[in-house]
Ligand binder design. Structure first.
Ligand code: AMP
Length: 114
């Protein structure tokens, strides 16, 4: 999508700190981290959010969660653990309208971190 911030990051038009990349997925450090480790995992293809992923596209979740496993291994956080969050729509406070999953790690987290 032309005016989407995260599409521009995928295309390299806006700089990012890459953590992981494969054919369908891109992951990079959040610019305003809410935890010592804060990574955003996104599909390269544009979806606004979870509600925009229709049944025929749900294989993207397998790609996302498989990438999350690899990122957890790469970052060495399997033992201590981590949290995955995806904001969807107005009440969640979703700011960027490109499907993304927050990976938070590196500290003990209370029930409300983001
Ligand atoms: P959300 O509120 O779930 O839409 O989260 C959007 C996230 O994107 C926030 O945590 C922002 O800090 C992060 N963000 C916004 N712009 C950038 C950027 N240029 N590079 C990395 N992260 C960003």
């Amino acid at each position: 999508m032309e005016d989407c911030l995260f599409c521009k990051i995928v295309k390299g038009e806006i700089p990012s700190q890459k953590v992981y990349e494969d054919e369908n997925i891109y992951a990079f450090k959040d610019i305003n981290p809410a935890a010592p480790i804060h990574v955003l995992i996104i599909p390269k293809k544009h979806y606004n959010n979870i509600l925009d992923v229709k049944e025929q596209d749900t294989m993207i979740y397998a790609d996302i969660f498989s990438a999350i496993n690899k990122i957890a291994e790469k970052l060495g956080i399997q033992e201590d653990g981590f949290r995955i969050i995806s904001n969807c729509g107005r009440d969640s406070g979703q700011e960027v309208m490109h499907l993304h999953f927050h990976l938070l790690a590196g500290c003990k987290m209370g029930p409300k971190i983001i």
